[in-house]
Design a protein. Sequence first.
Length: 506
Amino acid sequence: MRNLMMPILCALFLFLSGMLIINWQLWHMATLSYTQTAAASTQKIDNILAEAVSAANTAKHVAAQGCTRDGQLELGTEAALKPHLRAVMIQQQGQIICTSLPGNGVLIVRPQTLPNETLMLLPGNRLVNGIPVLIFQMPIADGRVIVSVSDAHLRDVIASATNSADMALVVGERMLARTGDVRDWKAASWAGALTASAHFPFSVVWQPPAFFSLTRLLQQGWSLILLILALSVTVGFLIRRYKGKSSSFEDDLRKAILHGEIVPYYQPIVNGDTGGLYGVEVLARWKHPKSGFIPPDVFIPIAERSGLIIPLTKGLMAKVVNQLKPLLPKLPDGFHIGVNISARHINAPSFIGDCRVFGKGFQGKEVKLVLEVTEREPLIDNPHLVENLNTLHNAGFVIALDDFGTGYSGLSCLNALAIDYIKIDKSFVNRVSEEKDSTILLDCVIDLAKKLSLRIVAEGVETREQLEYLNRNEITLLQGYYFGKPVSYIDFIKVILSKPRETMSL
Ligand code: C2E
Ligand code: CA
Ligand code: CA
């Protein structure tokens, strides 16, 4: 289940991000479309009002003639031929003197009381037939022309928007929505975007699209959603496969530790002056039943990351005790046995206990147990690490700073830690050759170690020149293929038998 969590979360994150982008794109397109629809509706109402202006001009002319019978007929014709207009009326000196309706009928209740506004929406209760209208007015000598526009045509314009933009016509404080009568706009709490006419005092108000709409997503973005879904599932699947591989390696390693497949190899550390055996470094090897020996560079980093380094090191320590204890009579007094310790282990609560168990294994024997702490990881960051190592140093363990010169710890670490000696990394020793300037780096590292009064072990000695250089620099503790490669327990016994016994202490 733990292994599934990460791929599922990644796939989900990808899918939701994709949905967010699709939704944003659709919302953006919808907003654009709504804006265009509102502009088109405004234009249509402008066109309707242009008819009203034309009819008003005709009425103005009729009024100038004194509203004759012909003039009245002309008004009727005008209203009949202009499809969106309902009636045209002429008011002079407070009286309706002429209308387009038969028999000079009047549609508006008390038209004389209408305010003098160019455009206004009249609710149904102000009309004889109870149907609301839009009124356009034009001033003339001694009065005004009143043109009414049928609400049905305005509603058609508002409702013709093919998208679901909810629209209303707003004139002054009043509005006419798709359904219902003329209402007070502000009281109706109809907040939205406004598109104003450039020619007449009205606006079209419309509800902008919601940022998120599931219906819109499913209707318009389904093909992209399917694509994103397929992509997310694929990515999740690939992560699962990749994770599966690395976690199965971890599982294999866990089993290997349990089955005792991690075995110690021993590399001699010699005294360069005498060639005598001074100690050993324990190096882990994975004796894989199918793949043969796996080098530590492959599995140690995974063991460190997963925390398996702790049981791994404990297992190695136990094996070292079992293998080397019977050999101690053959080994010099004060023989150094070095084990590599990872920072992760030093920080663990069990660390001091684990080392004490290791020490107890050799109780009563003249050996020095060396904890090789690599400088490749930052050491000083954790105060427990320094505290733990110093506790063990006080308990008789030897502390060696491994890979000196390659890592992080710096000089501050040397001050805080009780270090017995440093191991100069093989990468510095390897550079030493007959070539001029090949020793510059190593000169510096040795110089630094000497200035800090630190004892030195040189690692990775492979050639005669390297040995001579180290001798010239009075470095006597040496390790490398020149003296012997890391070997199995059986081969190590042979090495012991071939070397002179030597007693040494740091
Ligand atoms: P290290 O602690 O610096 O160990 C020395 C490495 O240099 C070993 O590689 C050794 O085989 C190699 N070496 C020694 N002399 C020579 C030489 O003359 N020439 C060359 N080319 N190489 C030489 P190895 O055994 O492959 O170990 C690699 C690293 O893996 C070690 O570096 C150490 O950091 C880590 N390691 C090995 N065993 C353990 C372990 O039990 N625990 C932990 N935490 N790390 C381990
Ligand atoms: Ca080491
Ligand atoms: Ca090294």
